[in-house]
Design a protein around this ligand. Structure first.
Ligand SMILES: [Zn+2]
Length: 204
């Protein structure tokens, strides 16, 4: 395999990138000046050293390994509220809406509709233990499920409600879904700040 084809195989693994686009990326780099390509390479190399996943909410953040992220550390964060999202990109959007000041939890995926192995697709165990800790120590009042409004998102919503219900009975927190303020088929990742703000305001 020649270097062009070899690099293209890496780009092909990127989300949403096909064969043709992956080649276009390689030719794009070939046309850029050497400094650009060097910088890009260095940034990729340092990524894993600079960015780590928060052991509490699973967000990626700039900081040391095993340290908590700024949101989890910040005393001003509202610890009585926990918002469940699928992925980091959703967090960016909720942050932009400037209408939420509580804790987050990154589920890491959605529950597939037809499988019995659901826990292997999402961080269910971690979620339940986070909820239990927050309920015991931080007076957790509300869990907000903020997943995309497609069949898989709605399936996951129902699945999570079922799994959280024993803890809900024990500790008495409220479970709400953000979905009702969004229209069907909406991907949280592509929603604008205003839409998310309204959805947060109208959560039920
Ligand atoms: Zn965190």
């Amino acid at each position: 395999m020649n270097p062009i084809e070899k690099l293209a195989t890496y780009f092909k693994e990127f989300p949403g990138i096909g064969e043709r686009q992956s080649k276009r990326f390689v030719y794009f780099l070939l046309h850029k000046n050497p400094n650009y390509v060097n910088d890009l390479g260095n940034n990729i190399l340092s990524l894993k050293n600079l960015i780590h996943q928060c052991p509490s909410c699973f967000l990626f953040f700039e900081g040391d390994k095993n340290e908590l992220c700024d949101i989890c550390k910040d005393k001003k964060t509202d610890r009585t509220s926990l918002l469940i999202i699928e992925k980091d990109a959703d967090y960016e959007n909720i942050k932009k809406s400037k209408n939420y000041s509580g804790m987050y939890f990154i589920l890491g995926g959605l529950a597939p509709i037809v499988t019995k192995e659901t826990p292997s697709f999402i961080r269910l165990k971690e979620l339940l233990s986070t909820i239990e800790t927050r309920a015991k120590h931080d007076n957790l009042k509300e869990v907000i499920i903020a997943l995309s409004l497609n069949p898989q998102g709605e399936h996951t919503d129902m699945y999570l409600r079922e799994k959280m219900s024993p803890l809900q009975e024990k500790y008495g927190f409220k479970i709400v879904s953000l979905g009702r303020g969004l229209s069907t088929g909406t991907e949280l990742e592509y929603s604008d700040g205003e839409t998310i703000k309204n959805a947060l305001r109208n959560r039920q």
